[in-house]
Each structure stands twice: as structure tokens, then as C-alpha cells.
Design a protein around this ligand. Structure first.
Ligand SMILES: Nc1ncnc2c1ncn2[C@@H]1O[C@H](COP(=O)(O)OP(=O)(O)O)[C@@H](O)[C@H]1O
Ligand SMILES: [Mg+2]
Length: 226
């Protein structure tokens, strides 16, 4: 489904250039639970941004379903970003002056009435995640765990094949971390392709495809069957 072929990403101009990804190659098959581990600054977020169609490689190629994403036109790229991929980011990316329901429905805004879930379904998912009472509340007073569940709810209802999670438990205590990881496992078991960046070695073990990155390169790749 996904293929990186010698992808490199550099930031900045020639003199003060940072190489965030330095020739990365790997493939992801549909339905995998991929975990990515590595020290801060090694290029994990950059890798997710390439996967999300946000950052284009400076060298090499990123293929989605056999097509080079660099050749996507604007329409194909926004379709990819909105309908194929959803992001659960480190700091939840909730908009402070929108209520929780509006925040959850943000990715649906760009869908022109296609694949729009019913409000009743959205409420059902909120219920399951324990955030149903916050529908009309604003993000500010919610705890970290609650905000992260809002972000996960947004990802679930946008029903994309691929879910990218950037240290989704980084700001949470152990119990909330467990809940979030269990939710991601459930999504994986329902057939979604999950790609999760984490600092936590124990969490990384949950993946059935594990990548370790150092200085913008893959230094270890492991698979385990279920
Ligand atoms: N927008 C940017 N401009 C310049 N340098 C950046 C930018 N984003 C990341 N970097 C640099 O690229 C490297 C990789 O960053 P990042 O992908 O965020 O790593 P990680 O998520 O593993 O901490 C780091 O050295 C970081 O400072
Ligand atoms: Mg990061």
C-alpha cells in the first residue's frame, strides 16, 4: 500500500541545512500496525508528515498504491490528505474556539457530502470514548486524556484506511496511555492500517512491523506475525 524509496528530506538553505530523513526505504502493507521508535530529532515526525502528504521528499519517492505521490495533482493530494489518512498528533490539534463536536467534525468539512457519518453515529463513538458529555464544551478545561480521546474520535469517525499517530500517549499518564493504545489496537483489529510513533519501547513492541530510526535512517526493521 505504501512504499518509501530512498526518501530524503532536508530543511533550510544550503548553509544551514538539516537532513531530517537521509535515504529511507520501507514498505507498509494494508492492515499492518507499524510502530516507529527513535530519539528526539531523529526524523519521526518528518516521516509521518511525508506519509500524510504534508511534506514532499527532496529526494527519492513516496508511493501510495503504486502511484508516486509527487505526481498527484492538487485534487488528488487533497483527497489523499482528507479521505485516506487521518492524523492523531502529539498536541491533539484541537481548535480552542470550536466546541468538541465541531472539532470532531472538522475533517468532514472538506468532503462535499460524501462519506459523512450521521450525528447519531458520531455520538455513539463519543459515548464509547467517554466524551459524550462534552459535545458543546470547548477544549480548554478538558484533561490531556480527554483531549486525546477527542482527537481519536475525530480519527475514527473520519474512517480513513490509514491512521497516523505521533506519540499519541506522550502527554498522558499510564492509565490513559493504556486506554489510547487499546483503542488503536481495536482500530487495527478492525482492519485499519496504523502507523504510530512512540518513545516507549513497551508500546513499540505492540506493533507487528517495527522500525527504529537514527539520524534520519532506518537502523532496524522487524516483523512479527500474529
Ligand atoms: N520545519 C523545520 N525546519 C527546520 N528544521 C526542522 C523542521 N522540522 C524538523 N526539523 C529538524 O529536523 C530533524 C528531525 O525532526 P523531527 O522529524 O521533528 O524529529 P522527531 O519527530 O524524531 O523528534 C531535527 O533535527 C529537527 O530539528
Ligand atoms: Mg516528533
Amino acid at each position: 500500500m505504501i512504499k518509501f524509496d530512498n526518501v530524503a528530506v532536508h530543511y533550510g538553505s544550503n548553509k544551514s541545512e538539516t537532513t531530517a530523513l537521509n535515504g529511507i526505504s520501507f514498505e507498509i502493507k494494508e492492515g499492518e500496525f507499524v510502530t516507529i521508535i527513535g530519539k528526539s530529532g531523529c526524523g519521526k515526525t518528518t516521516l509521518l508528515n511525508v506519509l500524510g502528504g504534508i511534506t514532499a521528499p527532496n529526494e527519492g519517492h513516496f508511493y501510495f498504491q503504486g502511484k508516486d505521490v509527487a505526481n498527484f495533482n492538487d485534487k488528488e493530494l487533497s483527497k489523499y490528505r482528507n479521505e485516506k489518512i487521518s492524523f492523531i498528533v502529539q498536541h491533539f490539534a484541537l481548535i480552542q474556539n470550536f466546541d468538541i463536536m465541531t472539532n470532531i467534525c472538522l475533517p468532514l468539512k472538506y468532503r462535499r457530502n460524501k462519506n459523512i457519518p450521521k450525528k447519531s453515529y458520531i455520538r455513539e463513538v463519543m459515548e464509547k470514548l467517554g466524551i459524550a458529555d462534552y459535545e458543546y464544551d470547548y477544549p480548554y478545561p478538558l484533561s490531556g486524556g480527554e483531549k486525546q480521546r477527542v482527537a481519536i474520535c475525530r480519527s475514527i469517525i473520519s474512517d480513513t484506511d490509514i491512521i497516523l499517530a505521533d506519540e499519541p500517549t506522550g502527554a498522558l499518564d499510564e492509565e490513559n496511555s493504556k486506554n489510547i493504545v487499546n483503542l488503536l489496537m481495536e482500530l487495527h483489529n478492525s482492519g485499519k492500517t496504523i502507523i504510530m510513533v512512540t518513545h516507549d519501547l513497551e508500546l513499540a513492541k505492540l506493533g507487528n512491523h517495527r522500525l527504529e530510526i537514527r539520524d534520519g535512517k532506518i537502523i532496524n526493521e522487524e516483523f512479527s506475525s500474529k
